[in-house]
Design a protein around this ligand. Structure first.
Ligand SMILES: Cc1cc2nc3c(=O)[nH]c(=O)nc-3n(C[C@H](O)[C@H](O)[C@H](O)COP(=O)(O)OP(=O)(O)OC[C@H]3O[C@@H](n4cnc5c(N)ncnc54)[C@H](O)[C@@H]3O)c2cc1C
Length: 486
């Protein structure tokens, strides 16, 4: 497997572009400074929201990645932009690192305070301040749970499409910080497409209002897009202006069963070639079909070796039905074993049950699991699946893939039983395979700590150096979420 690491040819002097952090990353000093900062801050923020109780801090030490949690020295539970300004002013004054956090469901370690210091918890800033039916926008705080926001706008006949599978527990602030995607991204795009503007507080307490309340604006650099996906390293969001669309009234869910994964991936190409854009097009491979069977979560017809879960939506029943028929034709052309369809909420939920319970079923079946959310150009998905089969033969462990086939975004799970086996070489081979196919090492979960070693593989040192320069413009002291991305 040949991967041409672009960074080898770099002429950039990376040393010059190191962030000159004024923070001393000595844990003892950070602890002392954090406690002094807490005393000073308690004059501006009520004492019960500036926390040093280890039992409470434990709940703010980790996220949903496989990485070990780190106890912060203090946590500040902010309830308004003024609290965030006060915290970031004090952090700069006392040279204390700050890690922003919302729902804590991140999969890349972005909310782990690796140097201790302060966790800035924005989950209490959860108000929906405005839903504008004419502008088709909402003004909302970053701690609002994504699912709550979606349900609220849907009551108004509106729709916020980004739907990470964690939507019952993650927050919009974390979604914007990670530019979260989800099953509906194929048709509707990811979070970035719905961020019109935002308020962010920079280290030191400076407030920045970026974006615009109009559909169009080309005035100056697009800082909204830069801050979206910045993983809490450039600024702390205190307000989000999000775009909405009218809620599509008609939806159908389909589950197509195939004899093997290559047939399923060929069906994906046929579906797209027919001009269909299902709002959801999810793939599950043979190992996962077997896992679903064993878990009893859902019955899968005999002879099924791969699944496609799809949703069609539209303005009328007739339009959706026409799309459903075309979808069925494409699947039948690839000898689908069975195609199930549901129109009503309860039945649609039943078709989703296998997909929704997949992560837990995999965890229950295998001793060890590491999941990577890689993405390849859609056309090259069959080569990805073949490459993973080759890696299975090479390493003798299980590789299982599921995910958003419409986007080419697959959650590749490396699964093994032996406690002494180390997955790193296999995971690195997955990244090499993906980069050789013209893909990316992360489609949704971000870099955080988990993938920072591999970012230069994809971007090369020249681009990393420019990204570091940008970081320094926003955060010259390097105190905001240090140790992440780079
Ligand atoms: C079961 C499960 C399913 C998932 N499915 C998906 C999926 O389908 N698609 C997907 O994209 N992701 C998915 N994820 C990953 C995760 O839910 C998303 O990355 C989500 O966007 C994180 O939001 P959060 O509120 O939990 O953020 P956190 O974990 O709290 O933080 C994530 C990052 O955002 C930063 N941050 C948090 N709040 C702010 C703020 N106010 N200002 C600035 N920066 C901030 C943090 O510093 C950190 O770097 C899943 C996770 C789980 C556990």
């Amino acid at each position: 497997m040949q991967y041409n690491q672009r960074n080898r040819d770099s002429t950039y002097d990376q040393g010059r572009h190191e962030i000159r952090a004024s923070v001393n990353f000595d844990r003892k000093k950070i602890r002392k400074a954090s406690l002094e900062m807490a005393l000073a801050l308690a004059r501006e923020i009520p004492e019960h929201r500036v926390i040093d109780d280890p039992d409470v801090l434990e709940g703010l030490a980790g996220d949903e990645s496989h990485l070990a949690p780190v106890l912060p020295d203090i946590a500040v539970r902010v309830e308004a932009a003024e609290d965030v300004i006060a915290t970031l002013k004090a952090a700069e004054r006392f040279s204390v690192p700050v890690t922003p956090r919302s729902g804590g469901t991140g999969k890349a370690g972005g909310a782990i305070p690796i140097y201790g210091g302060v966790v800035l918890d924005t989950s209490r800033m959860h108000r929906i301040l405005d839903i504008d039916r004419i502008n088709l926008t909402a003004l909302v705080e970053p701690g609002c749970i994504t699912g709550v926001f979606q349900a609220t706008v849907e009551q108004e006949g509106l729709f916020f499409p980004p739907d990470p599978n964690s939507l019952e527990t993650c927050c919009l602030g974390g979604n914007v910080a990670h530019n979260a995607g989800g099953p509906r991204a194929f048709k509707y795009g990811v979070t970035r497409e719905y961020v019109r503007g935002l308020d962010a507080v920079l280290m030191g307490g400076r407030m920045l209002n970026v974006g615009c309340n109009t559909v169009k604006s080309v005035a100056g650099y697009d800082l909204t897009r830069l801050l979206t996906g910045s993983e809490g390293t450039l600024g702390v969001f205190t307000m989000l202006r999000l775009a909405l669309i009218p809620k599509p009234p008609e939806v159908a869910t389909l589950l197509a069963c195939f004899s093997d994964e290559i047939a399923a991936s060929r069906a994906v190409s046929r579906i797209i070639d027919l001009g269909l854009v299902p709002r959801v097009l999810e793939f599950m491979d043979e190992v996962l079909v077997e896992t679903i069977r064993k878990s009893g979560a859902s019955s899968v017809p005999e002879g099924t070796g791969a699944l496609l879960l799809a949703e069609m939506d539209g303005p009328s029943e007739t339009i959706v039905e026409t799309d459903v028929l075309k979808f069925a034709d494409a699947c039948e052309a690839e000898q689908a074993v069975e195609i199930l369809m549901a129109r009503h909420v309860g039945e649609r939920k039943a078709l989703w049950s296998a997909r929704r319970t997949l992560t837990d079923a995999v965890k229950a079946r295998f001793n060890h699991k590491i999941a990577e959310d890689i993405v390849v150009p859609r056309r090259r998905a069959p080569e990805l699946l073949q490459g993973l089969r080759d890696l299975h033969l090479q390493y003798g462990v299980t590789f299982a893939s599921y995910g958003h086939a419409g986007d080419g975004n697959y959650h590749v799970n490396v699964l093994w039983e032996d406690d002494d086996w180390h997955p790193e070489p296999a995971v690195e081979d997955v990244f090499r395979l993906v980069l050789n196919l013209g893909g990316s090492i992360t489609g949704e979960h971000g870099i955080g700590i988990a993938k920072k070693k591999y970012l230069p593989w994809e971007k090369g040192n020249d681009q990393i150096a420019i990204q570091r320069d940008l970081k320094r413009v926003f955060d010259p002291t390097g105190l905001l979420n240090p140790g992440k991305i780079f």
